[in-house]
Design a protein around this ligand. Structure first.
Ligand SMILES: [Fe+2]
Length: 209
């Protein structure tokens, strides 16, 4: 079982603030049966400023220490904009995790996703339940699915019975369920969440390896 969307790599974005916190988060995931975790710091985010080189160096520096607790892979959560920077794909895969503005439809959506796919990436749209412009736009959802865009949903939205999250679940549109954890508190959701969604999380493994 793997979590593909986390902000555990410490000190690089608005996620874990220290190595201790990162290790506690990995421990919490391990104790619930996770075999590995993808660390996906923000890239190109309009308000959370990050530096790709610093992310890469931090990962190299801390990897051994983190892996004493749990297998970790580097990735990124790329905020898509017309002039996005190159993402860090998830581990050795060709998968990239992307996010988009939540309230207003991004006119550049199809062009940028297509562009990433032309570069050889499979695209995962992060927390699909957040986008107001996508929610019940069935033609757009179908278009994205036809273009093989994968959908990730946040576990906490499912647990909270968030209306849009339930809608995606009901229509079998979920490829990945993740914690999108920014701190240890965000992992409290696992206790309740895994009772109901463990199978759904496990199922996505075949898309990863
Ligand atoms: Fe995130």
């Amino acid at each position: 079982m793997f979590d593909i969307h986390t902000h555990i790599l410490p000190g690089v974005d608005d996620g874990a603030e220290s190595l201790e916190e990162a290790l506690s988060m990995l421990k919490a995931l391990k104790s619930r049966g996770f075999n590995g975790v993808f660390l996906t710091p923000h890239l190109n985010h309009p308000t959370v400023k990050t530096d790709k080189e610093f992310i890469l160096h931090t990962f190299e520096d801390l990897r051994t220490e983190l892996e004493k607790q749990l297998q970790v892979y580097l990735g990124s959560e790329l905020y898509l904009s017309p002039n996005y920077e190159e993402p860090i794909p998830l581990g050795d895969t060709d998968l990239v995790l992307v996010e988009l503005p939540t309230d207003v439809y991004p006119q550049y959506l199809e062009e940028t996703i297509f562009d990433l796919q032309l570069s050889g990436y499979r695209v995962i749209l992060a927390h699909v339940e957040r986008y107001r412009w996508l929610a019940e736009n069935v033609p757009l959802i179908e278009k994205l699915r036809d273009r093989n865009v994968l959908f990730q949903i946040n576990l906490r939205a499912l647990v909270a019975k968030h209306e849009r999250a339930i809608w995606f679940k009901k229509h079998n549109l979920i490829d990945f369920v993740s914690t999108d954890c920014h701190g240890l508190d965000d992992l409290k959701v696992l206790d309740h969440g895994l009772v109901h969604y463990r199978e759904l999380i496990q199922r996505s493994e075949e898309l990863l390896f």
